[in-house]
Design a protein around this ligand. Structure first.
Ligand code: G6P
Length: 611
């Protein structure tokens, strides 16, 4: 949700900024802009993609060793040239880029208008630029002090990079709520919303905390709080390979990430499960494990795809460990006065580790003294830093806005946790424990096999790419997969799709079924198989088109469904990890055939750092 990049050092800033914006474009792509500081301050900004900005600046002066850049996901003000970032203050003293929302911006705007300030845009960011400038001019203080004082008056969230025209030897960065990372090079500094634009230049980073302000100059870095308390910067080493953030020959990041799943799942359980020793070991849970074993209740919170992974978690924990589970949308949980007990375990699931609602829900749970565990993908992100224990998914960087490998990695972590807990609580036998570990170990090879059927998914996609609606049905562990399949399709192909528990179809969606309605049914062999076969018959009786995901060799469904897509057999506890893959590929192919922008679907952003 908006990407920020900045540079100060001895190199030309422009190539660093533009490459950085391309790496961050998944965070928002309504518009892009940069500002460069040399003898003067220049701002170039454009509605549209980073490539539109690149074309726009092709004949402009792009020199300067200090600069900031922004790719926007609009919150206040429509996405047009004028509302694009950077924004300059009325008298031109400050240029700023911002990720987040200034909630009290209209009150601040009115106050500034009363003092003679006029505004060119509809954005909350311009209000902040003018507030900083007002304090700077009126108070005759330094840029740093003006920034700190202005931020003490702001309610809301921000990641900021700021240039002051009169102090051209520094960049100021500040964070509250929205992520910001400082890259530390040799006599140079980088600013970015996440480490991806930085990693090709330096592996040494400082993650800013809420209320931190960093003043970056060619001569060094000062870190303080907005209250002016001096802080000691904690430089950390990031282990992110540049290959992870490139397409590596695939047409889209999403396709690359789908195909990475055999490896990413292996990375998720590598060193954590041992088939030989018959063991699961999750180091990040060691301290809280006794609390997990005695937990009376687990509450899982997340948004989007992470919430779907949480639903699979509910089935897993209840089934294998017999612990009651509630799964909540973080946004609902935080605002509905939930009952949270001290002996509750709250598991927050998030790919980015930055989702604003999930973070706020975590803070609420912490306040109620619950034990909060994070399951996150992005190392060093806010959620792992705010939770007392956790498990990284290690899926590697996910760039495609539609989440794929992060989902299977999250489900893998939840599976390991549930198996481990079930065994310790004596809810599953030693034999089941062993066989589930073995099965999990076999999942990457099974997904490898599913990926070899890709051309079949493409064939089916060609037949239904023009459908206007889809229904996805599943039962038990596969109901959340039906939701996830429907979400994938709507996110990237803009076809309306609904996921339903297969049995619920009779209570509404069946009214929608006619000869034009494709119904994707998850029908692998489990205890509900016969019932799902009946659900397929019900769809066929209304002339619906059935695309069934079945186990290899299924002869019953192949006789009644219009299309069967085969996957290898697994126990039902692990079936979500396999059945989701054909659904990811179906939506991918349909979106490509409809000429949609798969990696950057309209209106979406990968990291949602606003409410
Ligand atoms: C956005 C993304 C989704 C993601 C959701 C939650 O909507 O587009 O792919 O599932 O946020 O994000 P998180 O990073 O918390 O998993």
């Amino acid at each position: 949700m908006c990407g920020i990049v900045g540079y100060i050092g001895n190199k030309q800033a422009y190539p660093i900024l533009i490459n950085g914006l391309k790496r961050l474009e998944y965070r928002g792509y309504d518009s892009a802009g940069i500002s460069l500081l040399d003898n003067d301050v220049r701002i170039y900004k454009r509605k549209g993609k980073v490539s539109d900005l690149e074309n726009f600046v092709s004949d402009k002066d792009i020199s300067g060793k200090i600069g900031i850049g922004h790719t926007r996901w609009a919150t206040h003000g429509e996405p047009n040239d004028i509302n694009s970032h950077p924004h300059s203050s009325m008298n031109g003293s400050f240029v700023i880029i911002h990720n987040g929302i200034i909630e009290n911006y209209s009150r601040l705007k009115r106050k500034l208008q009363d003092r003679g300030y006029t505004f060119k845009t509809d954005t909350d960011t311009e209000v902040l630029a003018n507030l900083i400038e007002y304090i700077y001019i009126k108070g005759k203080v330094s840029a740093e002090i003006a920034v700190r004082l202005a931020l003490s008056k702001v309610i809301g969230a921000y990641g900021l990079a700021i240039i002051c025209k009169d102090e051209p030897d520094k960049l100021i960065a500040a964070r509250k709520g929205s992520p910001l990372v400082i890259g530390v090079g040799d006599g140079e500094y980088y600013i970015a919303s996440d480490a991806t634009p930085i990693v090709e230049y330096t592996k040494s980073v400082i993650y800013l905390n809420d209320d931190d302000v960093a003043i970056l100059g060619q001569d060094g870095l000062t870190l303080k709080t907005i209250k002016n308390d001096q802080l000691t910067p904690k430089i950390q080493h990031i282990d992110l390979d540049i290959g992870e953030i490139e397409k590596n020959g695939f047409d889209h990041f999403m396709l690359k990430e789908i195909f990475e799943q055999p490896r990413s799942i292996l990375d998720t359980f590598r060193g954590r499960i041992s088939v030989d020793k018959n063991e699961i070991h999750l180091g990040g849970l060691h301290e809280v494990f006794p609390k997990l074993v005695t937990a009376k209740r687990i509450i899982i919170i997340g948004c989007g795809t992470s919430w779907h992974a949480g639903l699979v978690g509910e089935y897993l924990f209840e089934d294998l460990a017999r612990i009651p589970v509630e799964v909540e949308y973080a946004s609902e949980f935080r605002y509905r006065n939930p009952i949270i007990n001290e002996d509750d375990i709250v598991i927050a699931i998030s790919q980015s580790g930055e989702t604003a609602d999930t973070l706020a829900a975590i803070r609420l749970a912490k306040k109620a003294n619950a034990t909060v565990i994070g399951i996150c993908n992005v190392v060093g992100s806010s959620i792992p830093r705010e939770t007392e224990a956790g498990v990284y998914t290690h899926a590697g960087t996910e760039i495609g806005v539609a989440s794929t490998k992060a989902f299977t990695a999250q489900v893998t972590v939840l599976t390991m946790m549930a198996i481990m807990l079930g065994y310790h609580k004596k809810q599953i036998t030693a034999e089941d424990y062993k066989s589930l570990i073995n099965e999990l170990n076999d999942i990457p090879a099974k997904i490898e096999k599913i990926l070899t059927y890709n051309s079949k998914y493409l064939e089916v996609s060609k037949l239904y790419k023009d459908a206007t609606n889809f229904i996805y049905l599943g039962r038990g562990y596969l109901f959340p997969v039906a939701l996830e399949g429907a979400l994938k399709l709507k996110e990237i192909s803009y076809i309306h799709a609904e996921g339903y528990p297969a049995a619920e179809m009779k209570h509404g969606p069946i009214a929608l079924i006619d000869e034009k309605m494709p119904v994707v049914v998850l029908a692998t062999k489990d205890k509900s198989y016969e019932k799902v076969v009946s659900n397929i018959q019900e769809v066929k009786a209304r002339k619906g088109i059935v695309i069934a995901i079945v186990n290899e060799g299924d002869e019953t469904i192949s006789k009644i469904a219009d299309h069967v897509l085969e996957i290898p057999k697994s126990s039902e506890e692990l079936a979500a990890l396999l059945t989701v893959v054909p659904l990811q590929l179906l939506s991918y192919h349909i979106a490509v055939l409809r000429e949609c922008n798969v990696d950057q679907p309209r209106n979406l952003a990968k990291s949602v750092t606003v409410e």
